[in-house]
Ligand binder design. Structure first.
Ligand code: NDP
Length: 325
């Protein structure tokens, strides 16, 4: 079967994203073929494209999409043709009209959730879920710092924290973005392009600092994040929007209060089909309870993936971006 797909033949800027025509084989044993109806765009896709997270080339790109089951391989009994499904943990190749995946890596989309919503929030929702429940088990009454709070992952974090009675201090790069984070449930917002984050966090927490900082910005916020922690606090540095954190002298963790740092990835928290199913169920439960939703503020044609990456890396987006195949 012939399909159109965005692929990379070399790593680099958004210009290396190419629309190719491919032959998609029939699904093998245990696999399904999904006809995509909506595709999620995530910052991790830009790391695959740039080569920060290397892939064997040429490669498809994109880890998240929703669509209709169109064909089943031998032995698949959990799904049937016509089912509405979504996935948010790959394998890479979501920027395409159709994709082949192991049946155990997809979830049925519940009634009441649109394909677009599922494609926009599975990866981001699962990320917030593992960060809040597994990386550091938040409890009601905790106060946390979450960077880039008006972004895709950030908006879900603001809502999920509010639902857990957690006080979230959110940062963002403009007053408009701060206002979005506040509307999504951030109890306090800090414009980190003009305010002193460490001072504000100390003020809000009565001088103590927070027990955990969630930092998807990376290089530019690393030091500041450590300075916002209470003694023995945890920095979960989970992304590189401003570039990767490198060359850290571990001695600073002692100096700043016997701190912990972890560099987690969703892929390790949903590696088994069972963990994936449990995480997905929690995300869809949060959607069903209206605890979380996602604003899809940018839509692009599949062939326009380059512009989607330019806007995301140019900090011109809020909420989620989707590609329409
Ligand atoms: P976002 O929608 O949050 O976009 C990234 C945001 O980061 C921007 O909008 C911008 O917000 C902020 N930012 C700060 N500095 C820069 C910079 N120099 N260049 C670009 N952006 C910058 O993206 P996602 O929701 O897709 O992902 C958020 C983060 O979470 C990413 O780092 C991503 O890699 C990470 N992630 C990690 C996962 C994991 O398991 N480890 C899983 C999923 C996501 P502002 O203008 O307000 O500063």
């Amino acid at each position: 079967m012939s399909i159109e797909a965005i692929r990379i033949h070399e790593t680099g800027g958004p210009g290396v994203l190419r629309l190719d025509t491919l032959d998609l084989p029939d699904p093998g044993p245990g696999q399904i073929r999904i006809r995509h109806t909506a595709i999620g765009v995530n910052f991790i896709d830009t790391y695959h494209r740039s080569g920060l997270y290397p892939l064997p080339l040429p490669s498809g790109i994109g880890l998240e999409a929703a669509g209709i089951v169109e064909a089943l391989g031998d032995g698949v009994t959990t799904l049937k043709e016509g089912d509405r499904v979504a996935y948010g943990s790959g394998p890479v190749g979501a920027y395409s009209q159709a994709h082949i995946l192991p049946a155990g890596r997809v979830a049925r989309i519940p009634d009441g959730v649109s394909d677009e919503q599922a494609a926009a929030l599975m990866l981001k929702g699962m990320t917030v879920r593992y960060l809040f429940k597994d990386t550091y088990a938040l409890k009601a009454g905790d106060t946390i710092l979450f960077h880039a709070a008006a972004g895709g992952v950030g908006q879900i974090a603001c809502q999920w924290a509010a639902d857990m009675a957690v006080t979230l201090i959110g940062t963002a790069g403009s007053d408009e973005k701060c206002e979005i984070a506040r509307q999504k449930g951030a109890a306090h917002v800090i414009n980190y392009s003009r305010e002193n984050v460490v001072e504000r966090v100390r003020e809000i927490t009565g001088g103590r600092g927070v027990p955990v900082v969630y930092d998807g910005v990376g290089k530019d916020t690393f030091e500041m994040s450590l300075d916002c922690l209470a003694p023995r606090g945890l920095l979960a540095t989970f992304g590189n929007a401003s570039g990767p954190v490198t060359g850290v002298n571990l001695g600073i963790l002692t100096q700043k209060g016997s701190l912990y740092v972890t560099r987690p990835s969703l892929m390790h928290y949903v590696a088994s089909d069972e963990d994936l199913a449990a995480n997905t169920a929690d995300v869809f439960d949060a959607v069903a309870r209206s605890a979380i939703s996602i604003d899809i503020n940018q839509r692009y044609a599949l062939a326009d993936a380059q512009r989607a990456h330019e806007d995301l890396e140019g900090r011109r987006t809020t909420g989620a971006s989707v590609l329409v195949p």
